[in-house]
Design a protein around this ligand. Structure first.
Ligand SMILES: Nc1ncnc2c1ncn2[C@@H]1O[C@H](COP(=O)(O)OP(=O)(O)OP(=O)(O)O)[C@@H](O)[C@H]1O
Ligand SMILES: [Mg+2]
Length: 569
């Protein structure tokens, strides 16, 4: 066998240039990874302003300039060696490391597979220019520049043709690089970030104080206005950021970003947990935009588990997921999370009924008939309710005019009732004086059989009668105009026909179907008492502003918008 032959191979230590090139495979996959590493270095160096230039999607040229701390010549030369870093000293420093970089890998890796130039100047130091070709230092010379660093990478993978072949079309590489910069721009709204590609400005973000301003600079006002603030703390974990209003979520094109201790992380479990927070407010398949920033102590998470630092390992993953879900849920609770009919939609807090904050009415209020808890006594009598088109209810709030869709609102109320009833004692049912006898198709009879227990819990006590007939002994009574027989027929048809098939959870699916069929319909005239009862109960729901199909149950017309339209602002 050949291994036994005289051509026996010997173990050898690789030349450092070869080792660098191999290591580069982990760090540098494409122009976007170079851009990511260089922008991270600029942020780590305390830059206030970062400029990225690309030519040919980065295949010909990548240049990242910053106004950060820079380096003196000695440091600049050291920085090009593997495992040379200013960011940690000992393994213990890795716990809770606050900089993007910590391996001392990026610059040597990039320099080993390109024509590389580093120009840098630290305060009170002469500026230096280093030129490296394929990992070999060609020149170290004096230069003239202000404090900061510029790295220029030309001919990426010129000396590793196999890798160069895998580069994609210019447009594709450009898109990936823009995305890499976008993600980092989100981590630091206070730092100015720009990107030009073949001379065209693709990103131009001025320094901002708020994340929402950065979002507007990156993606425009329209998307920014669909987002709601998140701010939630549970024990050591704080979740902040922005999530999309349910009614504006779409199945495609979402922005989904998770940051852990300021680092971008890819974590499908956290995204799924956030989506779980949207449960019952979006249509199945909708993917709301999410920008979530998780902050927790450094020893509760390990960020050094992935070659490009794209993953993190949490000490208590289930806790993190639970809190993320809660955080999103909480963001959707206030009435301010409702869709807005004007640009004044982004308000962090506000008062709806005098003396009562929107967030406070959102939970824990007893559901009495005409329950006064959500309204102060004054406003309860003062706020007139107006039904229009026998479908919408209008009333004044401290912020403007609320418009409620009576069917959607009632659906939300019933859905939450039913979810409680299904896990508790069930609903108060009414025994019918004359039991109903109803006929169903065979598939429907199967559906009744399969859901008998759930039907009983919402108030329908049903027994098989003969052939295709069943007898209904009790029925729910969700509102005065409720038609017990018709609701049951529609509900059973839905269950048999697989309506709401996208719902994952059987209970939730049943509750949504029931709520949809039992709720007051559009086109039904309501008297003032009924309207008031509906509004009070809606305002006591946990998610009053969203119906169960991904539509709003309430929209607001902000007072500012009226003032703007009538020239009073
Ligand atoms: N733009 C810059 N401004 C100032 N110093 C820089 C800049 N870029 C790199 N450096 C210095 O060079 C060192 C090496 O950078 P490099 O990116 O290779 O490693 P790192 O950032 O320490 O770790 P990692 O490999 O995880 O990115 C850094 O630790 C830093 O001291
Ligand atoms: Mg680095």
């Amino acid at each position: 066998m050949s291994v036994m032959g005289e051509a026996r191979t010997r173990v050898q230590v690789l030349a450092s240039q070869v080792a660098d090139q191999i290591a580069a495979g982990e760090v540098v996959e494409r122009p976007a990874s170079v851009v990511k590493e260089l922008v991270e270095n600029a942020l780590d160096a305390g830059a206030r302003s970062i400029r990225v230039e690309l030519e040919d999607g980065g295949k010909t040229l990548i240049r990242v300039s910053d106004d950060g701390g820079g380096m003196d010549r000695e440091d600049a030369q050291l920085a090009l060696q593997r495992h040379a870093t200013s960011k940690i000293r000992t393994a213990a420093d890795l716990i809770g490391v606050g900089t993007f970089g910590f391996r001392g890998e990026a610059l040597p890796a990039i320099a080993s597979v390109s024509r590389f130039e580093l120009e840098t100047s630290a305060e009170h130091e002469a500026a230096t220019r280093l030129r490296v070709t394929g990992g070999k230092l060609d020149a170290a010379e004096a230069s003239a520049r202000q404090r900061g660093t510029t790295v220029t990478v030309r001919g990426l993978f010129y000396n590793t043709p196999a890798r160069r072949k895998f580069l994609r079309a210019t447009a594709t590489e450009t898109r990936a690089a823009v995305e890499a910069v976008t993600v980092l721009a989100l981590t630091r709204p206070d730092v100015a970030v720009s990107l030009t590609s073949d001379g065209r400005a693709l990103l131009d973000c001025p320094p901002a104080t708020q994340l929402i301003d950065r979002v507007r600079a990156l993606w425009g006002r329209e998307l920014a206005e669909t987002l709601l603030p998140v701010s939630h703390r549970a024990g050591p974990l704080e979740v902040t950021g922005l999530v999309q209003r349910p009614a504006q979520a779409r199945p495609a094109g979402r922005k989904g970003y998770v940051f852990v201790r300021g680092r971008p992380i890819r974590d499908p479990f956290i995204v799924r947990a956030a989506e779980a927070g949207y449960r019952s407010t979006i249509a199945p398949g909708d993917r709301p935009s999410l920008l979530l920033f998780l902050d927790l102590p450094g020893d509760a998470v390990d960020v050094n588990v992935h070659p490009a630092k794209l993953e993190a390992r949490f000490r208590d993953k289930f806790f993190v997921e639970k809190v993320v879900e809660e955080a999103v849920r909480e963001a959707l609770a206030p009435l301010e999370s409702a869709a807005s009919l004007g640009p004044a939609g982004f308000q962090v807090s506000g008062v709806w009924f005098q003396g009562e904050s929107g967030a406070a009415t959102a939970s824990g209020v007893p559901l009495e008939l005409f329950g006064a808890a959500a309204l102060t006594p004054d406003t309860r009598h003062q706020t007139p309710l107006l039904q229009v088109f026998d479908t919408y209810i209008l009333f004044q709030t401290d912020q403007g005019v609320a418009i409620v869709d009576q069917h959607s609102a009632h659906e939300r109320v019933l859905y939450e009732d039913v979810m409680r009833q299904l896990s508790g004692d069930g609903a108060p049912a009414q025994r019918l004086l004359l039991p109903l006898t109803l006929d169903f198709a065979p598939a429907e009879l199967d559906a009744i059989e399969a859901h008998r227990e759930l039907l009983a819990r919402v108030g329908y006590e049903i027994e098989p009668f003969s052939g295709r007939s069943v007898v209904v002994h009790t029925a729910p009574n969700p509102h005065p105009r409720f038609e017990a027989a018709r609701c049951l027929q529609e509900l059973v048809a839905d269950l048999a026909g697989g309506r709401f098939g996208g719902w994952q959870n059987r209970l939730e699916r049943f509750a949504a179907t029931y709520a949809c069929r039992a709720a007051i319909k559009a086109g039904q005239t309501l008297d003032v008492g009924e309207m008031r009862q509906l509004i009070v109960r809606l305002l006591s729901a946990t998610l009053p502003a969203h119906d169960v199909h991904g539509r709003p149950s309430l929209v607001q017309l902000p007072k500012e918008e009226l003032e703007r339209r009538f020239g009073r602002a």
